[in-house]
Design a protein around this ligand. Structure first.
Ligand code: NAP
Length: 541
């Protein structure tokens, strides 16, 4: 498309934003309905999360055989499952392969960002505008723009003055970065930061890690998969496809150890040890349900994990003080898997810098300046500082619904959706990976994304088959879902801990648990019921 053709308004049935796991599947499903669909993707190619997050060490911590598409056995069997937790290059290649096999790329306009989407009350259609000057008139505006895709990349005063190289992990360059002999700084020890730290520590001249809130982590066990393993997964395809939709977390396992109260302290320790040694997310997502909702159970498992962390830090008092959590519980925000993150701090070329009491005040040309005036000199600075999760991808677009209401304003007051799939006031806006659905925080992402994209495709098919124009949840329906969401959220310990789960990493963001905590299985049931009973509470016109 050339710039000169941009003044005209193009027409299509649907615009899908994003060419990641959700976007590709959504595109496939909508095209299957015979709709004309325009995909818009800011990257130069498909991959979404696995396109943007190409930082050193980027890797899954969901098991590869379960982090999959389930709509085609043939597709499943074509994935080279080389190890339990695949790394970014393979994941990007996988999604490239999916897009090629389904011939999806021809439906996308790449290197293009949606800037605005305006609902027209009279025509009942959306006008989508891009940074390349496109104007697209469509019936359905479908966001698959990602739960964790709006990076917090401009956090510190003075970033532009830094003389060295500065990166945000979610905007990592495609070319190789040479860390040898360099003084490298990393801010952030979330799931991203720990992967960067353990990968860059052996490569850098010196690595300084600026630590604010210590993390509970689980040591990853990442065996190479053999041909026999792959055969087994292929045989288990149908079973696992069914299972992932019936568990709390969207994996194939569930809480299998009975009640925490019924177990003796010794039995609990055995369960923790067994799950710890498995080296997967099971210790977090499948030990005991009470861990999420009862302080006593949570304290118990938290102390178990803290002991593991202390042992790995050789009980060094200073490192333990810096890196072992004290004031919040295990499982109350994302628990990452890692492989050598803690041991990196035992290396002579790695220093942890405490920045809770003495915070970072600005980036200066030489490096990082703390509140007490100390300047840490750096050649490279890596911001592993996370995302404006859930809402950011949508509020960074100027989305206007009925009567010109603005989504950024609405969500600036209160983050509300109906099952994470639609928002009252925004007819025919459909969202995957949006707040108040079980995405990212408490779900194997591929399970939730496919389920949501599938629901949207079915809803659109319903509208088309009935000759209907618009679908929008009523205010009452949305109230009902928000109430249900909050009831469950407030019964958990998740709401007591500050993290992106609660939006507390963004100053001024309304506080609400972003992901639905009732379980992937319960959520799917609610979505299935809505569909089966003709979408009660949604206004279809
Ligand atoms: P994150 O969990 O939000 O972590 C951001 C980090 O930056 C935190 O340690 C935070 O400290 C720190 N930070 C922010 N501002 C700071 C400041 N001014 N001074 C010092 N430290 C500061 O972000 P993330 O690590 O990118 O992870 C986001 C999510 O992406 C994960 O939870 C996970 O769901 C997903 N993810 C998944 C994988 C995987 O599957 N393998 C890998 C990476 C990411 P505080 O905690 O003190 O705020």
């Amino acid at each position: 498309m050339t710039a000169s053709s941009h003044s005209t308004v193009r027409q299509c049935d649907a615009v899908v934003v994003g060419a990641g796991i959700a976007g590709l599947y959504q595109m496939h499903r909508l095209r299957e309905l015979g709709l004309s669909v325009q995909g818009i993707e800011a990257g130069t190619n498909v991959g979404g999360t696995w396109y943007w997050n190409r930082y050193p060490g980027a890797r899954l911590d969901s098991q590869s055989e379960l982090y999959q598409y389930w709509f085609s056995k043939e597709l499943y069997e074509s994935v080279p499952l080389s190890e339990r937790f695949l790394a970014q290059p393979e994941l990007e290649k996988w999604l490239q392969g999916v897009a090629d096999k389904l011939d999806l790329k021809k439906s996308y306009q790449f290197s293009t960002r949606v800037e605005a989407a305006i609902f027209n009350d009279e025509t009942g259609r959306w006008l989508v505008k891009t940074d390349q000057g496109d104007q697209i008139d469509c019936k359905y505006f479908v966001s698959c723009a990602g739960m964790l895709s709006a990076p917090m990349s401009n956090l510190f005063k003075g970033q532009e003055t830094f003389k060295g190289k500065l990166f945000h992990t979610a905007r990592w360059p495609k070319e190789e970065i040479d860390f040898s002999g360099k003084k490298v700084g990393v801010i952030g020890i979330g799931a991203t930061g720990i992967q960067v730290i353990q990968s860059v520590a052996p490569l850098a001249g010196h690595l300084k890690v600026f630590v604010r809130t210590p993390q509970y982590t689980i040591r990853m066990n990442n065996p190479q998969y053999t041909e026999a393993d792959r055969q087994k997964f292929h045989q288990e395809f149908e079973t696992n496809k069914a299972l992932v939709n019936t568990t709390f977390s969207g994996f194939q396992y569930d809480f299998e150890n009975g009640s925490w109260h019924d177990a003796t302290p010794e039995e609990r320790q055995q369960v923790y040890e067994k799950l710890w040694s498995e080296g997967t997310l099971k210790l977090w997502l499948a030990a005991y349900f009470e861990v999420f909702v009862e302080q006593e159970a949570n304290d118990d498992i938290s102390e178990f994990v803290r002991n593991k962390l202390r042992a790995r830090l050789n009980h060094d008092p200073e490192l333990c003080d810096l890196l072992v959590p004290k004031d919040y519980g295990f499982a109350t925000h994302r628990v990452p898997l890692e492989n050598g993150y803690l041991e990196a701090f035992l290396r002579p070329n790695v220093t942890g810098v405490a920045v809770k009491e003495n915070p970072i005040v600005e980036v200066v040309p030489e490096g990082i300046k703390l509140q007490d005036g100390t300047v840490h000199e750096l050649d490279m600075l890596i911001l592993a500082t996370g995302f404006d999760a859930g809402t950011g991808a949508l509020t960074r677009i100027d989305i206007r619904g009925r009567g010109g209401r603005k989504l950024a304003d609405d969500w600036g007051r209160d983050i509300r959706t109906t099952m994470g799939l639609q928002v009252h006031g925004y007819p025919n806006l459909f969202t995957v990976g949006a707040p108040l659905a079980p995405s990212a925080a408490l779900c194997n992402m591929t399970t939730c994304l496919q389920q949501q994209a599938g629901w949207i495709a079915d809803a659109i098919a319903h509208l088309e088959s009935k000759g209907l124009h618009t679908m929008e949840p009523s205010a009452e329906k949305e109230d009902e879902w928000v109430r249900h969401h909050d009831e469950i959220a407030n019964a958990t310990l998740l709401t007591k801990t500050d993290s992106w789960y609660m939006g507390s990493n963004i100053p001024g963001k309304p506080r609400r648990l972003l992901s639905y905590a009732g379980g992937v299985n319960v959520y799917k049931q609610a979505c299935d019921e809505a569909k089966a009973s003709g979408y009660p509470g949604f206004n279809l016109a």
